[in-house]
Design a protein around this ligand. Structure first.
Ligand SMILES: Cc1cc2nc3c(=O)[nH]c(=O)nc-3n(C[C@H](O)[C@H](O)[C@H](O)COP(=O)(O)O)c2cc1C
Length: 192
């Protein structure tokens, strides 16, 4: 396979763009299909597809946020109007958010850890796919990925849990890179 300088350049310089910087337009319907195809083309020991994707776009964004605010109010009855508004805007302004559910298929062929890692790869492939199509993206979880009622409201079924919400949109910001670990601090060479 020939070296791909553009891909190397992307992989060595890529960084997420915070969800507050994402704007319209989002992917077209055709681009969304491409994005979903990229996202689901991940290593998957046993070929169990132990993940599902939930698209939150259009008017569903505000409705999901409104329902999230209701859950948040039940968790914290003292939440004031500005706190509730933050929850109502969880899926705004990004034009598209894709929630990734880890959907384990218990099987001795692929331990659950491997299945979970496959679901994580779906999240990161969504990020890569978004950038490849000319958009920006960010993978977050936030509190509602750890709240059973919120997860159910957002589409989790029995035994499933969200491992990420990938927010996708256009952006004009150019962000400085964040600190990265030095290779020396994380890489060793095995020696007997
Ligand atoms: C599983 C997972 C969950 C995350 N959840 C959050 C989150 O809830 N809120 C947040 O601000 N960042 C969260 N992050 C970090 C963001 O992805 C952040 O943008 C990332 O560290 C930027 O790294 P990058 O520039 O290398 O893409 C999460 C990252 C991962 C891997």
């Amino acid at each position: 396979m020939a070296a791909n300088a553009a891909l190397v350049d992307y992989l060595t310089t890529r960084r997420s763009v915070g969800i507050g910087f994402l704007r319209d337009p989002g992917p077209t319907p055709d681009e969304l299909q491409t994005l979903l195809t990229i996202a689901t083309r991940v290593p998957d020991h046993g070929k169990f597809a132990p993940w599902r994707l939930v698209i939150i776009d259009g008017d569903a964004r505000a409705e999901a946020g409104r329902r999230l605010a209701e859950v948040a109010r039940r968790r914290n009855p003292n939440l004031d109007e500005s706190g509730l508004d933050i929850e109502r805007r969880q899926f705004l302004p990004a034009p598209l958010t894709i929630g990734v559910l880890y959907s384990p298929r218990p099987n001795p062929k692929a331990p659950e850890l491997e299945q979970l890692l496959s679901a994580g790869n779906v999240c990161f492939n969504l990020v890569h796919g978004a950038f490849a199509l000319g958009y920006a993206a960010s993978w977050v979880t936030r509190w509602y990925a750890f709240d059973v009622e919120a997860q159910t409201m957002l589409g989790a079924r029995g035994g499933e849990r969200f491992v990420g919400f990938v927010h996708i949109g256009s952006t004009e910001v150019k962000l400085d890179d964040r600190d990265r670990p030095s290779l020396d601090s994380v890489v060793t060479r095995w020696a007997p």
